[in-house]
Design a protein around this ligand. Structure first.
Ligand code: HEM
Length: 200
């Protein structure tokens, strides 16, 4: 675990390194803003899915190592979501707060993206041991927001693609998230746990 965590940390930086590399060598295509927004949005969603997969993986394998990676992976989701938002705010909205707000209230898919980022923020800010100690039981309740975040993130993506009649990829992400959320239902948790116990 000692070596695994830093290795995974470096691995999580690969999407960012790739964007920097492509940017430096003129590889971002005809519309670099769109390329970066899409790439960072996709990676934020991928990290959200991986973070949500940690609990089912612990239940299936019985290894607590998965949970030790959860915080770092969740923070990478927030990290890529912040870059995604900042690129849009800077290059699309010219850092104009009024223009940003107009777009947030005008376009439902932007509303959902914004809501997702707003909901992610308290989770990222309280993802440290100090907050866990200070908040006690309230920490667990607060972090249940991740289920709502999974839904708003998919709605954001869905709305974006619905206008373009291109729902294939978003349907796959939607199915993965649905499956990961089903694993949280107590009866399903028990089945997964019992299955493991009968194997070991
Ligand atoms: C304030 C917050 C957000 C804003 C303003 C925003 C804005 C956008 C915009 C403008 C696009 C379209 C890019 C394009 O096709 O040119 C987009 C796509 C996307 N966003 Fe967001 N977003 C936000 C938050 C998020 C969050 C938190 C996530 C994930 C957790 C996310 C995931 C995605 C995904 C997966 C796409 C589609 C990428 C693709 O087309 O392949 N976004 N977002």
């Amino acid at each position: 675990m000692k070596l695994l965590k830093p290795m995974i940390f470096l691995f999580c930086l690969v999407p960012l390194a790739r964007l920097i590399w492509l940017g430096a060598y003129d590889g971002l295509g005809a519309n670099p803003i769109e390329f970066i927004t899409r790439s960072t949005g996709t990676w934020a969603l991928v990290f959200l899915c991986i973070t949500l997969a940690m609990t089912p993986l612990r239940l299936i394998t019985g290894l607590s190592a998965w949970i030790k990676l959860r915080r770092m992976l969740g923070l990478f989701c927030f990290f890529y979501a912040c870059i995604h938002f900042l690129i849009w705010f800077w290059l699309d909205q010219n850092l104009d707060l009024q223009s940003m707000w107009n777009d947030v209230v005008k376009r439902p898919f932007i509303t959902m993206g914004f809501l997702t980022l707003v909901l992610l923020t308290p989770l990222a800010l309280t993802s440290n041991q100090w907050s866990v100690r200070q908040l006690g039981r309230r920490w667990t309740i607060l972090h249940k927001l991740v289920y709502l975040i999974a839904c708003t993130a998919i709605l954001h993506y869905w709305w974006h693609k619905a206008g373009k009649n291109d729902l294939d990829t978003v349907s796959i992400y939607g199915a993965i998230i649905l499956l990961l959320l089903i694993c949280r239902i107590p009866i399903v948790r028990n089945i997964l746990q019992r299955k493991r116990n009968s194997v070991t």
